[in-house]
Design a protein. Structure first.
Length: 102
């Protein structure tokens, strides 16, 4: 759900499950990922970041990233996008145009 300026989505990954990959990026939005519960790893531009309950991570627009559940329970996150990154049906939105008509 969201507005014209921002969007929030839940993600739940089962143990061993992976979201994203070598070409996964949001060309038009920054993503803030907050870990609600579980454990995992975020691979951002080739650098590994540990994920555990309470962690907050910024994935900037155009950064390639992958999220992996490395724990024994569900990895649950809240993901905030600014501006929105997806349509209501879940398709990626195109790169946002800079303000001021550039």
């Amino acid at each position: 759900m969201g507005t014209r300026r921002g969007q929030v989505a839940q993600m739940a990954l089962a143990p061993g499950e992976v979201e994203g990959g070598p070409y996964n990026r949001h060309g038009g939005a920054d993503q803030w990922l907050y870990v609600v519960s579980g454990r995992g790893t975020a691979l951002i531009e080739g650098k590994s970041h540990p994920l555990r309950s309470g962690a907050l991570l910024l994935i900037e627009r155009d950064e390639r990233h992958q999220i992996r559940n490395t724990g024994r329970t569900m990895l649950k996150t809240l993901n905030f996008y600014a501006p929105p990154a997806y349509t209501a049906s879940g398709r990626a939105l195109p790169r946002a145009r800079p303000r001021g008509g550039r």
